[in-house]
Design a protein around this ligand. Sequence first.
Ligand code: NAD
Length: 103
Amino acid sequence: MTQTKKIAIIGLGYVGLPLAVAFATKYQVLGFDSNPQRVNALKQGQDDTQEISLRELQVALKPNKKIGLRISINPKELTGAAIYIVTVPTPITPDNKPISAPF
Ligand SMILES: NC(=O)c1ccc[n+]([C@@H]2O[C@H](COP(=O)([O-])OP(=O)(O)OC[C@H]3O[C@@H](n4cnc5c(N)ncnc54)[C@H](O)[C@@H]3O)[C@@H](O)[C@H]2O)c1
């Protein structure tokens, strides 16, 4: 039996979107972003970062059971992925210093 593993990418910006589109050529990818404007634009094939062309997005956004990219704002859809890749902004202080974790 073939088992399809899903990859989840959290944060579809300069880093996450190209990664999601590249992985979607070989795997089933769920791209999650918390910004509704970003999600809606991407679903229509528009990448404001201009990293990915309309054509590349259109090809990626034709998921089948084995490969392709699905974009969502619903965190429930993140369940069941085999791999999670987090590409959200690094939290920084007002003077642009990374905020370290409190542990
Ligand atoms: N852009 C670069 O050239 C570059 C280079 C090296 C490292 N990085 C690192 O990669 C990471 C991502 O950078 P980027 O440039 O892609 O950022 P970005 O701002 O372009 O994209 C981040 C995306 O994450 C989304 N997001 C924010 N919080 C979220 C959350 N809680 N859940 C889901 N989505 C969320 C935003 O809506 C946005 O679409 C950062 O940690 C950055 O330091 C970036």
